[in-house]
Design a protein around this ligand. Sequence first.
Ligand code: IPM
Ligand code: MG
Length: 354
Amino acid sequence: MKLNIAVLPGDGIGPEISAQGVDVMSAVCKKFGHEVCYEYALCGADAIDKVGDPFPEETYEICKKADAVLFSAVGDPKFDNDPTAKVRPEQGLLAMRKKLGLFANIRPVQTFKCLLHKSPLRADLVEGADFLCIRELTGGMYFGEKYQDNDMAYDTNMYTRPEIERILKVGFEYAMKRRKHLTVVDKANVLASSRLWRQIAQEMAPAYPEVRTDYMYVDNAAMRMIQEPGFFDVMVTENTFGDILTDEGSCISGSMGLLPSASTGESTPVFEPIHGSWPQAKGLNIANPLAQILSVAMLFEYFGCKVEGALIREAVDASLDAHVRTPEIQMEGGAKYGTKEVGAWIVDYIERHS
Ligand code: IPM
Ligand code: MG
């Protein structure tokens, strides 16, 4: 296979974890005889500083013609506390999602056996938890009509039938490939948009008779994820609820630095960690590269390269078992490995195994 990859390192710890993702990707390509070439592009605060636009046209062109995008993180504190800023790094990420038509964001929540004690939840609750959150990514409040003056502001949570149908279809199809249990998360007791989601889901469900479909209000789902994460198999939800629930889901595994994601839709798919740019850690070589590296595994799997994906996952598991871990998941008194050292260990593992 020949792969053209657009690499968008972005801000904060982005460039450091991006480098590890690229090294792992190259090692896998070399091992399996795939040809890969990378084209780097600007985004986020870095792009604002350099060209005044968080998702420049040139970056869009590079992404559009690539086979996949390897994205890292955007965000910079200098914009966070300035509500009057006209342009923000996050707009770059939103523009990328919208322009590439990435309506389906797949966020797997998994646990690692040797890290169960790192979860804020009791180990017996999290053990075996393994679910997918499918988050609608190009609609809802994020993109609906907005207004803001000094005395009033609003965001509109609008969804159309085709937008709802296409994301629910993704939900049903993933459920068919997994344990055949789909939870549609909404707030249909209050929101009109949610009632339309629920109505459409009920219309579609009979076409998937093997799937057990249930409906859950988002507040209840937030509680259930903590009380009984093992309940879920596939959950599907709108943009804002998905944003909130996936941060909650990410801490179940013990570190936000462990969870990858894939965003797919009409154009080039994007693979990215679900964590942000962690500006305080920038340049310190302490950020966990595993979410980025597992995003590379998702990339290979997307292209049907299961063995390649499996080797990356095996290498990640082996690094954790060997206690080659970044500080936030290291054992007390354990050796300190940095971002680069964890990445290099995984590359070495890939080179030595098949
Ligand atoms: C995420 C992030 C983004 C979002 C931000 C950075 C705009 O939190 O990918 O979950 O809200 O979608
Ligand atoms: Mg988020």
